[in-house]
Design a protein around this ligand. Structure first.
Ligand SMILES: [Zn+2]
Length: 374
């Protein structure tokens, strides 16, 4: 089996399992029990891996949900910062506008105050002061007097001035408030971005674990299949050890089975066909169906060139119509050894192998003796 796993855990697991296998296979006996234990172990590991996959899958879903929540919070903070910026800029523009208005009103009032003052309360020397700002200060210093004598127009100007100062204070308050909101959200944004970064790293970690698990599950699946195929092979081996036979040709295809042939038109039961006919071109390899001793390798009339192998316990196999022999009488033979070449000797219309199995001399259906023929 190929080790394609990128994941170290999966690789180590497989290596451990395979080492376990080889050591089991090297021991005689206990095959079935050992393999069942191996199969159980792999199945347990498979289940564990699936459970871990499920848990990690849930974890990644949770973390993705958290990341999504964090992202929403980030855009909310960013929106708040943008809103605060608008508020701050609006407030600054308002303050700037009010500064101009206030300055104008101050000048207006100063001039009015100065006029009123000059005409009513300043001494001629004071009124002669060429510096307007000095006169203005003097006017303010005596404002009590001045305000008592306000005309309606002057009272309006004072009220406007008061409102402008008040509005400016409100605008400054708005600006400060906006700046506080902005600062708070900027701080929160940093925290959220850090959180997002951490969660992304965590997600990446879990994803790597998941990738490893998927690989591990794949490998476990392959090991499982390997075990199943070994169990199957072992079953075949056990069948052979019990005396079962192997196919005597490479690619078995039965052209005529064992049994009574019925007449194709009358349906009348005919002669017993004592063996099975297997498709085989002249020169095709014919193998011993099991270990044994060659008791015949000669021409035998209708059977043509014939090989008979004695497998002990009263079991013999017959190979007929051969074109050549690859063994001789008295030879000890192993399962799968080449005994001859297929041909069309004897009473036949075309080349094939007529294969028989006899138990104490009585022909039986070879399909009941060949592994995998049932
Ligand atoms: Zn035949």
């Amino acid at each position: 089996m190929k080790l394609q796993g990128k994941n170290l855990t999966a690789r180590l697991l497989v290596v451990a399992l395979l080492i376990g296998f080889v050591s089991h296979m090297q021991q005689s006996g206990l095959y079935a029990a050992q393999e069942k234990t191996d199969a159980d172990k792999v199945q347990q590991a498979f289940k564990d891996a699936l459970a871990r996959e499920k848990a990690n899958d849930q974890a990644i879903k949770d973390i993705r949900k958290q990341i999504s929540i964090t992202k929403t919070a980030i855009s909310k903070a960013e929106q708040s910062i943008a809103d605060a910026d608008i508020t701050i800029n609006e407030a600054r523009r308002e303050v700037a506008g009010l500064d101009i208005e206030i300055e104008n009103l101050e000048q207006d009032l100063a001039i009015k105050a100065l006029d009123g003052f000059i005409s009513s309360s300043l001494t001629p020397q004071e009124a002669d002061l060429s510096d307007l700002s000095i006169s203005k200060n003097l006017a303010y210093q005596r404002s009590e007097f001045f305000f008592e004598k306000l005309t309606d127009t002057e009272a309006d100007a004072v009220e406007q001035y008061r409102i402008a100062r008040q509005n400016r204070a409100v605008a400054l308050g708005n600006e400060l408030n906006g700046e506080q909101i902005k600062a708070k959200n900027e701080q929160e944004l940093i925290t959220l971005q850090q959180q997002e970064k951490e969660r992304n790293a965590e997600a990446k970690e879990i994803e790597a674990i998941l990738d490893g698990l998927i690989e591990e599950i794949k490998v476990l699946d392959e090991v499982e299949q390997e075990i199943q195929s070994i169990i199957k092979e072992r079953a075949t081996q056990e069948a052979i050890d019990d005396g079962a036979l192997s196919w005597p040709v490479d690619t078995p295809y039965i052209t005529s089975p064992y049994g009574y042939r019925t007449h194709p038109v009358t349906g009348q039961r005919g002669k017993l066909h004592r063996g099975m006919d297997l498709r085989a071109r002249t020169g095709a390899s014919i193998y011993a169906a099991a270990d044994g001793k060659v008791i015949a390798a000669n021409y035998a009339g209708r059977a043509g060139n014939l090989v008979i192998i004695d497998h002990g316990s009263g079991k013999t196999t017959y190979y007929m119509h051969l074109s050549a022999y690859n063994t001789k009488v008295g030879a000890t033979i192993k399962r799968g050894d080449l005994v001859g070449k297929a041909g069309a000797t004897g009473s036949v219309t075309a080349a094939h192998l007529h294969f028989e199995v006899r138990i104490n001399g009585v022909a039986e259906d070879p399909r009941n003796h060949i592994i995998g023929a049932q």
